[in-house]
Design a protein. Structure first.
Ligand SMILES: Cc1cc2nc3c(=O)[nH]c(=O)nc-3n(C[C@H](O)[C@H](O)[C@H](O)COP(=O)(O)O)c2cc1C
Ligand code: SF4
Ligand code: FES
Lengths: 434, 140
């Protein structure tokens, strides 16, 4: 397959003032909403089911099915919550999406809320990104003034209140039940499931939680139809997706492509690795997805491909590292991240990530032993599958996969009494006098 | 607080507002918020310490946030922090003696494609070498 860009989500990013209502409407914005409000809500849910759209937040759960779980006629309020907490290391697709085209998301929100019969929707944004928050608030105000949000939208008997909620800095709040706790004003710690949010979510009412990119894909599906959406991507993973390329590549950035594309194709189309260097290891979908190496360049990046090779598609945050990078150093950094972000609710994750960091410190200062590698694997065994939420499982991914592929490099750390790599060689200012 | 109503679930929003107005959350502020929203002080304190954006200590005039996510770490953020320490004598979560600069660190900001990323008073800049950072901080 040749590199086949599918600019749908990113189509308008280059327009002049693409984030304004005027620019969005000139590019047919809010036409999908008009179409959707003329349909029955159930027909919309069916359309999304038929399209095969799967969640873009990491797990790939079928979106139409999720919407279908919301009980109807139950007399309770329903809620739609957009997960805009984007914090998985390396992931940077939702933030540029909201910066470049916030109205795509807002249009998707209104359509999705109408389909699940919710009259109140929330966008939960990461608190660190003030520029995104300002842009979203402006866009919501524009949409409200134009009659897309509020009472009797486009003259129909559908009302929607839309609230932008600002997070306060915690990775765990991206986990959907922790996010709900946080929305209700508590510390963000995951809830026990069942009950699932579709039955008892926000304020114990039926709630759909979807990622920004998932919801932003909805207007295009309404306009183009299920068949059109299925003409891209693979049978089980239809459609397009934003791939975030970062690390030691020639041209880092966001690239929209059909699901099922390979890293080799993406690299060919974007100028490859930084000059004179070669790929050593990479994450297919953020740090919570086990590392891949150059062996895996041809794995199709859809929901089925990476699992066949022991990893996951995750958030399609492709972080690439070249041969100047010490894998132990990179994994140490990720482990420190998980240790810091562990919410502390369950023991395997809280204690396990703490011990990870202790051992990586010994590895880096040259006092570790062979036994420490075994301890890392043992700790991972005790976290994986035993943690209360997926943060714990994610923490084990870089550890076990890096030992699997680069055990020699761990050994070199204690044989040579510390890190054998030059830390400057991997920096942006390598070669300059830093 | 009038704007947000006195609902307990507005706690996080109220804390954001208080911090915006006063720069940080001291004991008096937390006590006031907890009484007005009818939430126990322990909950207000628990929430304020759980989330990393809330600070219980006053901040300097300017803030410099260095991303220490893995992409930025590999591309040099540790060297940036070392240079700041040797030039200004502060580490993460510290403020210079003259109260001018507070140094903070952040987890991956989703700006890995321009790593290493540094945020100066809310404005994000990419591909920062230690020299760039020092030059910028010296202007403050
Ligand atoms: C620790 C952790 C962090 C997460 N962070 C995010 C996030 O920042 N954004 C997101 O959309 N999903 C995140 N998720 C996944 C959500 O729990 C949830 O699956 C997703 O929002 C569902 O949306 P989707 O069906 O549209 O993919 C996270 C999960 C875990 C376990
Ligand atoms: S796995 Fe970690 S983040 Fe998840 S509930 Fe347990 S301690 Fe909290
Ligand atoms: S690691 Fe710094 S922006 Fe991602």
């Amino acid at each position: 397959m040749s590199f086949n860009l599918t600019p749908v989500l990113t189509a308008q990013w280059g327009l002049d003032q693409s984030w304004t209502l005027g620019a969005y409407e000139r590019a047919d914005g809010y036409q999908a909403l008009r179409q959707a409000l003329d349909m029955e809500p159930d027909a919309l849910i069916q359309l999304v089911k038929d399209s095969g759209l799967r969640g873009r937040g990491g797990a790939g759960f079928p979106t139409g099915m999720k919407w279908g779980f919301i009980p109807q006629g139950d007399g309770k309020p329903h809620y739609l919550v957009v997960n805009a907490d984007e914090s998985e290391p390396g992931t940077c697709k939702d933030i540029p999406m909201m910066m470049a085209s916030p109205h795509t998301l807002i249009e998707g929100v209104i359509i999705a809320a109408y389909a699940i019969r919710a009259n109140h929707a929330f966008i939960y944004v990461r608190g660190e990104v003030l520029h995104v928050i300002r842009r979203l608030l402006n866009a919501v105000a524009e949409a409200r003034a134009a009659g897309y949000v509020g009472r009797n939208i486009l003259g129909k008997s559908f009302d929607l209140e839309l609230t932008v909620h600002i997070g306060a800095g915690a990775y765990i709040c991206g986990e959907e039940t922790a996010l709900l706790e946080s929305l209700e004003g508590f510390r963000g710690q995951p809830r026990l499931r069942p009950p699932f949010p579709a039955v008892e979510g926000l304020y114990a009412c039926p709630t759909v939680i979807n990622n920004v990119e998932t919801i932003s894909s909805v207007p295009a599906i309404v306009r183009g139809g299920a068949q059109w959406f299925r003409s891209m991507g693979t049978e089980k993973s239809p459609g397009f997706k934003i791939f975030s390329l970062s690390g030691h590549v020639a041209r880092p950035g966001q690239y929209e492509a059909p699901l099922g594309i390979t890293l080799r194709e993406l690299l060919d189309a974007t100028g490859g690795m930084r000059e004179g260097h070669e790929l050593k290891f990479w994450t297919p979908g953020g740090s919570s997805t086990p590392l891949f190496t150059a062996e895996h360049l041809d794995v199709p990046l859809d929901f089925e491909g990476p699992p066949q090779h022991g990893s996951m598609l995750g958030t399609t945050a492709l972080q690439l590292f070249d041969e100047t990078t010490c894998v132990v150093r990179a994994v140490k950094r990720w482990s420190e991240f998980y240790a810091h972000e562990s919410c502390g609710k369950c023991t395997p994750c809280r204690e396990g990530t703490f011990w990870y960091v202790q051992i990586y410190e010994r590895l880096e200062n040259g006092t570790a032993t062979e036994e420490d590698i075994e301890t890392l694997l043992d700790l991972s065994d005790n976290i994986l599958g035993r943690a209360f939420c997926a943060l714990g499982d994610g923490a084990t991914s870089p550890v076990t996969s890096s030992i699997q592929f680069f055990r020699d490099e761990y050994v070199a750390h204690f044989e040579q009494g510390g890190c054998p790599f030059d830390p400057v060689a991997s920096t942006v200012f390598a070669g300059a006098s830093a | 607080m009038l704007r947000l109503g006195h609902r307990p679930d507005a706690l996080i929003e109220v804390l954001h507002t208080v911090q915006q107005s006063f720069g940080y959350l001291d004991d008096d502020a937390l006590r006031y918020v907890s009484t007005s929203l009818h939430v126990p002080l322990s909950k207000a304190y628990g929430v304020a310490t759980f989330y990393s954006l809330f600070t219980l200590r006053p901040q300097g005039e300017h803030t410099c946030v260095v991303c220490t996510g893995t992409a930025c770490h590999i591309k040099g953020s540790t060297m940036i922090l070392n240079r700041i320490r040797s030039r200004f004598g502060i580490g993460p979560k510290q403020t210079t003696a003259d109260n001018q600069i507070s140094l903070l660190t952040a987890r991956c900001l989703g700006a890995c494609s321009i790593a290493p990323a540094v945020v100066y008073d809310g404005e994000a800049k990419g591909k920062q070498a230690p020299d760039d950072v020092i030059a910028r901080l010296e202007e403050w």
